[in-house]
Design a protein around this ligand. Sequence first.
Ligand code: AMP
Ligand code: TRP
Length: 333
Amino acid sequence: MEEKKIIFSGIQPSGYFTLGNYLGAIKNWTKLQHEHNCIFCIVDMHAITVRQEPKNLRQRTYDSFVQLIACGLEPEKALLFIQSHVPAHAELAWLLNCYTYMGELNRMTQFKDKSSRHSENINAGLYTYPALMAADILLYQTDLVPVGEDQKQHIELTRDIAIRFNNLYSPTFVVPEGYFPKAGARVMSLQEPDKKMSKSDENENAYITLLEEPSRIMNKVKRAVTDSENQVRYDIKNKPGISNLIDIYASITGKSIEDIEREFSSAGYGQFKNAVGEAIVETLSPIQERFKELSKEKGYINNLIREGAEKAERMSYKTLNKVMRKIGLYQVK
Ligand code: AMP
Ligand code: TRP
């Protein structure tokens, strides 16, 4: 990656960020901000495709913004803002809905998964969620989208929509690419290691949040489901629990899977889990301290939120106007 690229990614304020969010996405964001033009968005309009308690949503959105900074994102380097503050996202989402096929949306695994988990509320927003995500990305002429592996299908669809629109009219959107970490792209539940770690899991032992106390983190790792072999060996199919812990450890320490297997070849699961727990605590402690300090600076944070929205709004209208003109919506010059 030689020249400066435009990077865009989003995260939902639907719960407190998990270790999966951090290793799958946020950690990559903090690296990319030094070399590229980065834009990161708290996607509150995506979060409401599942019912949210208003008071919690409001607080989590603020806390999400603070957590991103606590994780190392620098507002002088990366543009940070809240999706609902920039109307162009909803506007372009509507337009792109008209270029997205129901057949495509029907294939989305996240939709199938969420509609089975929330069968009482399968709303149209949940269904057209990927068109809003495509709007987020395409508004900024994004080159790269750093996300976890669960978002692959949505990025593919975003590319298809961009290509379709460009072919129908003329080149309008940059066709973006996904960007995934080598380790940690798919952190699994600590309790059901064939399911991804999710902040909305009903079982609290399944995930670790960024703000969790060290003793709870150690406990959750100790309780993580493994197997009876007691051999630290990577084998996703037969040993998904221990493989997940190896992957987490690899992502945090930067060590290769082979090196980790070697290092712990004569250790049992107890000793390995201890090392994994400690590595997680060591990574999260400084984030937690910064979070505590920053949360108190409400005036400073709210200023950043306001400035981020203003800047994003100016940028986003360029693409939105272009799209409206190409489609043939009447504009007064
Ligand atoms: P979400 O929490 O669904 O808004 O996801 C925000 C970002 O975190 C996206 O880039 C996801 O791909 C990533 N992410 C969420 N859960 C995981 C996980 N368990 N492992 C890796 N990445 C994840
Ligand atoms: N759908 C993403 C998720 O659940 C969040 C998201 C919304 C996103 N808009 C985005 C990610 C744009 C990357 C780019 O994780």
